[in-house]
Write a protein of this length. Structure first.
Length: 254
């Protein structure tokens, strides 16, 4: 690996690390040399698949459960990191949920849950973990947005709203912190085979309609997102600030 992509000596905190994109990103960062703190609502302290993959790459892994739908748990995570002396050099805000319902039937509770997990928790976590990054003059923050941050989607108003907001937040934070040595960027995945898209994958007609619209001709896989996360977390991206990288098989270019 070219040294500009190496992450040796860095520690990355990846949210939503127990499966899907988060697990692939954690494994990719570990492969580049980073130790991993994996956080998700169901993340055990030991014995997880993501731990096996990270340690298989020769890196250290720490697991921590945190339900980002609960603001108090988000703050408790920050306190735990401080108490344990964990220095976070790279923060990947990947955890997210989706609630599918026609807009006229989209409940307050679904709206509130999606905004808390997808937008407020990442902001709170980033705000707190960026403070020591700023003090050190170095850090990387990577948000996971979505192509629905540019498009509205169908029957996912809360999700689309949060992903649009994440893109705006990425740019706003980059404007403030770029001159302080902290890179803030985002990845906007297209249609990727994860739990969040399972309902679409299970609908044969919808799944095929999506596939045929993708210039690459196929749905993405989590490992195809991980490389961009490694790049944005690495010295190779030191002059990249406020960018939103679409990884979508060409969807947005069509």
């Amino acid at each position: 690996m070219h040294t500009s992509f190496a992450l040796d000596g860095r520690t990355a905190l990846v949210t939503g690390a127990s499966r899907g994109l988060g697990m692939a990103i954690a494994e990719g960062l570990a492969g580049a040399g980073a130790d991993i703190i994996g956080v998700s609502a169901t993340q055990p302290s030991s014995g997880s698949e993501v731990q096996r993959r990270v340690e298989g790459a020769g890196r250290r892994f720490v697991g921590r459960a945190c339900n980002f739908a609960d603001r108090q748990q988000t703050h408790a995570l920050v306190d735990w990191l401080d108490d344990q002396g964990h220095r976070v050099d790279i923060l990947v805000n990947n955890a997210g949920i989706i609630r599918r319902a026609p807009a006229a039937e989209h409940t307050d509770s679904d709206w509130d849950a999606v905004l808390e997990v997808n937008l407020t928790a990442p902001f709170v976590l980033t705000r707190e973990l960026a403070k020591p990054m700023i003090a050190r003059g170095h850090g990387k923050v990577v948000f996971v947005a979505s192509i629905l941050g540019f498009q509205g989607g169908v029957t996912v108003p809360g999700y689309a709203a949060t992903k649009s907001a994440v893109i705006g937040l990425t740019k706003a934070l980059a404007n403030e912190w770029a001159g302080l040595g902290v890179n803030v960027n985002a990845i906007a995945p297209g249609y990727v085979r994860t739990d969040n898209t399972q309902v679409l994958q299970d609908d044969a007609e919808r799944s095929e309609a999506i596939r045929t619209r993708i210039p690459a001709g196929h749905w993405g896989t989590p490992d195809q997102i991980a490389g961009t996360a490694v790049y944005l977390s690495s010295p190779a991206a030191d002059y990249v600030h406020g960018s939103v990288v679409t990884v979508d098989g060409g969807w947005m270019g069509r």
